[in-house]
Design a protein around this ligand. Structure first.
Ligand SMILES: O=C(O)c1cc(=O)[nH]c(=O)n1[C@@H]1O[C@H](COP(=O)(O)O)[C@@H](O)[C@H]1O
Length: 280
């Protein structure tokens, strides 16, 4: 029987903690690391980040755009990094933020969530701007292959607030209605305490402003960017997320990657320990 993404994530939380290290090869980071701003540089960067994460944390999140910059060569580099991470037992969230009408988003799901696909990851970030219902095909695929999705609900950037806090005709915020639909899906499909369809809720936000003070069962995995460089402190994780904390993945990119090639392993160890204490 397929082990669900929610169950796999719970195992990672217990064995390796909740820190997720972003693999975001910004041009300036490549320069600081002494690497070329090319696909080969991005590949080397990603593989070195994996060396630093191995045995130290359990989850990585490559941001696809930083590889897409280099076209097909960038995608080849990304494929190698995805495969290397998965072969080391590191859970991979592909941060591609895909979304479209159902018949097209189905193909995105096939690209990122099909076992054996060149771009196979463990989970994919997706956008619900075309309605949570448009994500039915990748959600069904994820359930059948033990993969996950993270649906953008309340994002860490200030520009998203007006749209995501807006009230729908039923009176709920847009963000809340997305989370409610994800919770309804998980209630129907989840086999453990965590569902396989997650949400993205930024750590820089006040959840009450989005009507997101919730305690759903099963809990959704919550991809939580905004810690570190964007200002939120991992020490405050439980305070920020309240009853949603049980599913939170603490995601940090620049605050860890900025330590450079010589300091990154130590930076991952330190951040992972802080996150472990914050989630206890
Ligand atoms: O889905 C994401 O990961 C994401 C959602 C969001 O609301 N805000 C956000 O910053 N992100 C991503 O999380 C990472 C944050 O990077 P740092 O600010 O360097 O930690 C980037 O890869 C963003 O694309």
């Amino acid at each position: 029987m397929t082990v669900s993404f929610g169950e796999r994530l719970e195992r990672v939380f217990n064995e390796r903690g909740r820190l997720c290290v972003g693999i975001d090869p910004h041009a300036w980071l490549l320069r600081d690391w002494g690497l070329a701003d090319t696909a080969a540089g991005a590949r080397e960067f990603g593989l070195r980040v994996l060396d630093a994460v191995d045995g130290n944390a359990g989850i990585v999140k490559p941001q696809v755009a930083f590889f897409e910059r280099f076209g097909s060569a960038g995608y080849a580099a990304l494929e190698e990094i995805l495969a290397a991470a998965r072969s080391r037992g590191i859970l991979v969230i592909a941060d591609a933020k895909r979304g479209d009408v159902g018949s097209s988003v189905e193909a995105y799901g096939q690209a990122w969530l099909t076992p054996g696909s060149p771009l196979e990851a463990d989970a994919l970030t997706v956008s619900a701007y075309q309605g949570v219902g448009s994500l039915a095909a990748p959600s069904t695929l994820a359930e059948s292959t033990g993969k996950g999705l993270f649906v953008l609900a309340a994002t860490s950037n200030p520009e998203g607030m007006a749209l995501q806090q807006a009230r729908m005709s039923a009176g709920t915020t847009v963000a809340r209605s997305i989370v409610d639909e994800v919770n309804a899906w998980n209630a129907e499909h989840a086999t453990g305490a965590l569902g396989s369809i997650g949400v993205v809720i930024g750590a820089t936000l006040r959840l009450a402003e989005f009507d997101l003070e919730l305690a759903p069962q099963p809990a959704p995995p919550v991809l939580a960017p905004g810690f570190g460089h964007q200002g939120a402190e991992a020490e405050s994780m439980q305070k920020i997320y309240g009853a949603l904390s049980s599913g939170v993945i603490v995601s940090e990119s620049r605050s860890v990657l900025g330590a450079g090639p010589d300091g990154i392993r130590r930076a991952v160890t330190t951040r992972a320990e802080i996150v472990r204490q914050a989630s206890a």
